[in-house]
Design a protein around this ligand. Structure first.
Ligand code: PLP
Length: 385
């Protein structure tokens, strides 16, 4: 028997080796990996530059406490703030931890308590992460929840009117593309309304870029597409190319709220994680690299729309190298057939196939993946009729 808590119903694929877009299982079968550890391995599997940086750091020093000065943290913080609206960074180990810290920072700075988030959102599995998440299934059986969270419908600017009489709003927190919720991009008009609401209420704008950040959409951060100036940005997944690391990026006004003793972490900003993040950002935040991601993203979205014309597909959505194919029926059988055909993809909810190729993906790999999707959709369509 397995000695693991069965918190995941796992696929029967055991990856033993991987490089770039390609993953190989224990039987030597190879796959185009459009999961990449869920938007984590943004440079593909085992990227040389990151591997070299970690190997070098392994010989120098692995870990010191955050009670010590840390040049590597300063370096990565500079990279993150140079490419965002923030000025200051707190390093942690995961997306949920970053959101947890963001909620604490917002409440302490504003001295207000309410946090507005959105239906179908996903912000992680800690108590603040669950409370922020607008999906009941994530919270089931774990109550009582942290209080003070209110959920609005996503992409409905007029919904803010329901809050017009309310004060005590510390922050509005949102994903600029809902990832787990079904790959749902926010409209620009909606994002602008969110920002205007925050300014009116003197509430902080928190964007959760855990899935959409670090180049995924063709910009350093997804909020850039909506013309936002967030007060707090949270990142994790792609930041360390697979080495666990997260970060909260905030504007300098917030510095007084995170003062000595107010928040902390033993592992956050660990030197191996910083070496991985530094090497990752050196590549991804290059203008020419992001331009290429944009171009490949447009190619992917266009290919999907042109080649996948099946009545069982309701909508194809996305931005850059995150794409969602919404179907009429649950997608698990399609996902399993794609695995047999050598393509790894994710669900996002029951009815959406989510594609997260590495940002280093080659155009011909995109074409090959779309061919596999086409074959499997064609097969499922013919079986049904
Ligand atoms: C994955 C994810 C999280 C949670 O990150 P963990 O590292 O799993 O804690 C939070 N927010 C978003 C948008 C995510 O996609």
């Amino acid at each position: 028997m397995s000695h693991l808590f069965q918190t995941y119903s796992r696929w029967n694929i055991n990856i033993k080796k991987a490089k770039g877009t390609i993953a190989e299982d224990e039987n030597g079968k190879t796959y185009l990996d459009f999961v990449q550890g869920i938007a984590v391995c943004n440079l593909g599997h085992c990227p040389d530059a990151v591997a070299d940086a970690i190997k070098k750091q392994l010989d120098d020093v692995w870990h010191v406490s955050n009670l010590f000065k840390n040049d590597l943290q300063e370096k990565v913080a500079e990279q993150l703030t140079n490419h965002s609206t923030g000025d200051l960074v707190f390093f942690c180990n995961s997306g949920a931890e970053a959101n947890e810290a963001a909620v604490k920072l917002a409440r302490k700075y504003t001295q207000k308590t309410k946090i507005i988030t959105f239906k179908q959102s996903f912000h992680g599995r800690t108590y603040a992460g669950m409370a922020a998440t607008g999906q009941e299934k994530i919270k089931h059986g774990f109550g009582p929840m942290l209080t003070g969270f209110h959920y609005l419908p996503y992409n409905e600017p007029e919904a803010f009117q329901t809050l017009s009489g309310q004060d005590d709003i510390a922050a509005v927190m949102l994903e600029t593309i809902q990832g787990e919720g079904g790959v749902i991009p926010a409209d620009r008009e909606f994002l602008q309304e969110v920002q205007a609401f925050c300014r009116e209420k003197q509430a902080l704008l928190i964007v959760d870029e855990v899935q959409t950040g670090i180049g995924r959409t063709g910009k350093a951060f997804g909020y850039e597409h909506g013309g936002l100036s967030p007060d707090i940005i949270t990142v994790a997944k792609g930041l360390g190319s697979g080495f666990p690391v997260g970060a909260v990026i905030g504007k300098k006004e917030l510095s007084e709220a995170f003062s000595p003793g107010s928040h902390g972490t033993t592992f956050g900003g660990n030197m191996l994680a910083m070496a991985a993040a530094n090497a990752t950002l050196n590549i991804i935040f290059e203008k020419s690299f992001l331009e290429e991601v944009s171009a490949k993203g447009e190619f992917l979205q266009k290919e999907l729309k042109e080649k996948l014309q099946f009545p069982c597909i309701k909508e194809i959505r996305g931005k850059g190298l995150i794409a969602g194919i919404e179907c009429e029926a649950p997608v698990q059988p399609l996902i399993e057939d794609l695995q047999k055909d050598g393509l790894l993809v994710l669900p996002a909810g029951l009815n959406v196939i989510r594609l997260l190729p590495p940002l280093s993906v080659a155009k011909n790999e995109i074409s090959e993946a779309v061919e596999k999707l086409n074959r499997v959709f064609a097969h499922h369509s013919s079986v049904k009729q």
